[in-house]
Design a protein around this ligand. Structure first.
Ligand code: NAP
Length: 282
């Protein structure tokens, strides 16, 4: 079986570039779906306290027979658990549900600017990492100003920023900032949530010419840009097919044509980090 490329972080650790996301996988379905993903060959699972399904991820990991170090696991502190004490308690609950001693990657889920707790939460992640409970620490949905604040106040940069990113919302400016800072870009909703991109004629034409699906082309584009991707599916054939995108190589012209589909802010499908601080569980 081909293997997934691995990308190195600035902290010396590394991550499989293609993983499996579980937002909106029902709690009672999660163990089966994640088991299927692990059987298909995924070795990187992206969950969050807010997804209410960490327990199912933990059950699948335990049942897999895989060694701890063979699977990379990410979770996230929800907005309502920001701040030192709440984050420590939230982390313990996450680890109990996942059944793990040490987490590969822990993220602040959203900057939630009006709460004003992102910095304190970041310091708590630094503390948990120093205590050996987390291997790498990162953030999600952080804007340039949020990343600059972390660097200014703590001198510790996240290994990655997990952000909404798909062909209609390409995030060129934030990606360039990450590249300058040595922060990896991780794409959430890398398939655009199975929306318009998968019917876009530019993408379907490229897919036809490779004998691939539009979803595989969109994932291969993301991989070609150097992004980490975490597509979600509960459909057995899609779980397998999405992983096979790691074998699809696009030409520079094809990558450029897909990048040119960017719609700027109009392409956004999820919450805007400037204002989003709700409990929607993303
Ligand atoms: N940090 C954050 O704030 C944040 C926000 C959103 C998401 N995420 C993470 O990113 C992961 C992925 O994002 P996402 O779940 O929003 O969207 P996504 O992976 O872009 O798309 C998932 C949707 O596309 C469908 N799909 C999957 N494979 C397909 C294929 N080959 N062909 C056609 N349709 C396909 C799925 O349907 P079926 O399941 O029915 O097959 C589902 O409806 C999440 O699971 C989560 O881990 C993080």
């Amino acid at each position: 079986m081909p293997s997934t490329p691995v990308l190195r972080f600035h902290d010396g650790r590394s991550i499989p570039q293609l993983g499996f996301g579980v937002w909106q996988v029902a709690p009672e379905q999660t163990a089966d779906v994640v088991s299927r993903a692990l059987e298909a060959g995924y070795r990187h699972i992206d969950t969050a306290r807010g997804y209410n399904n960490e327990h199912g991820v933990g059950r699948a990991l335990a049942a897999s027979g895989l060694d701890r170090d063979e699977v990379f696991v990410t979770s996230k502190v929800p907005n309502q658990d920001q701040g030192r004490e709440a984050t420590l308690a939230s982390f313990d609950a996450t680890m109990a549900d996942l059944g793990l001693e040490e987490l590969d990657l822990y993220l602040i889920h959203w900057p939630a600017p009006e709460r004003g707790l992102a910095l304190e939460t970041w310091r708590t992640l630094v503390e948990l990492q120093a205590a050996g409970r987390i291997r790498s620490i990162g953030v999600s949905n952080f804007r340039i100003e949020d990343l600059e604040m972390l660097e200014r106040e703590t001198g510790v940069l996240p290994v990655l920023n997990q952000i909404e990113l798909h062909p209609y919302f390409g995030q060129a400016e934030l990606r360039a900032f990450h590249a300058d800072m040595g922060i990896r870009t991780e794409s959430w909703s890398p398939l655009g949530q199975g929306g318009g991109e998968l019917e876009d004629p530019v993408i379907t034409r490229i897919a036809e010419s490779h004998g691939a699906s539009a979803a595989q082309v969109v994932l291969a584009w993301n991989l070609a840009l150097g992004n980490i991707v975490i597509p979600k599916s509960v459909t057995p054939e899609r779980i397998v097919a999405n992983l096979a995108s790691r074998e699809l190589s696009l030409s520079a012209q094809e990558v450029e044509a897909i990048t040119a589909l960017d719609k700027g802010p109009e392409g956004r499908r999820g919450g805007n980090p400037a204002g989003f601080s709700g409990h929607q569980g993303r």
